[in-house]
Design a binder for this molecule. Structure first.
Ligand code: CA
Length: 227
């Protein structure tokens, strides 16, 4: 899941970037409206966190451009003051939610998760399952055969990606860009190590094995498993 943050106050943007990265999201950061506008219009994101007051192009303008281009990416606005005019204007322009500064990170994360869930094809979907493996998106919990499994934020993000693309071969390059924000030519050893750790947790003590290596191509979570 990739999130774009457009925020000129470095204290807030760094705080958001760090928190969201630790929560397992891939984060793009724009420190002014021009960069934000460019990234929003050219890259694909699952969510945009948009500050209203920016030194050049403001948040309203960026949102307007997106909606005019028929881009329906969920947008969470950050506003400095809680005024009815701001709220109405934001909603009229097509914002999905807004948060008034200062806010607690836990509050932002809750909004982010709600918007991301809403943005997905099945809006009511809060769990992903394959065989006896279950991933609870709301509680960030994973169980297999009812047994609780502890995953790191990255492992959770990796498993979520695999579950969302069940029975598809995921090339390392795709995993790298979706979970680590790395490019194709980066060291993909990181991915092999992460897959090994994930396997140890969800496959080693259970039957059948779910994560498969597709030689020369990548990895796949198989729902039609034999063994
Ligand atoms: Ca600002």
């Amino acid at each position: 899941m990739k999130i774009l943050i457009v925020e000129d106050e470095s204290k807030i943007s760094e705080y958001l970037r760090q928190g969201l990265t630790e929560a397992g999201y891939v984060v793009d950061l724009a420190r002014n409206g021009l960069d934000g506008h460019h990234l929003a219009m050219t890259e694909k994101h699952d969510l945009i966190i948009l500050d209203v007051l920016l030194p050049d192009i403001d948040g309203w303008r960026i949102l307007q451009s997106l909606r005019e281009a028929d881009n329906k990416v969920p947008v969470l606005f950050l506003t400095a003051r809680d005024s009815i005019e701001d709220r109405v204007k934001g909603l009229e322009l097509g914002a999905d939610d807004y948060l008034v500064k200062p806010f607690a990170f836990a509050e932002l994360l809750a909004r982010v998760r709600t918007l991301l869930r809403r943005g997905n094809a099945n809006a009511t979907e809060t769990t992903l399952t394959v065989a006896d493996l279950e991933l609870d998106l709301m509680r960030r919990r994973v169980t297999r055969s009812g047994k609780k499994i502890q995953l790191t934020a990255k492992e959770f993000a990796l498993l979520e990606l695999m579950l969302r693309h069940c029975d598809e071969v995921l090339p390392r390059s795709l995993i790298a860009s979706q979970v680590w924000d790395m490019n194709f030519d980066s060291d993909t050893n990181v991915i092999d190590v992460a897959i090994r750790r994930l396997r140890a947790k969800i496959d080693d003590d259970f039957e059948p094995r779910l994560i498969h290596t597709v030689r020369g191509m990548g990895y796949m979570l198989d729902s039609t498993v034999d063994s």
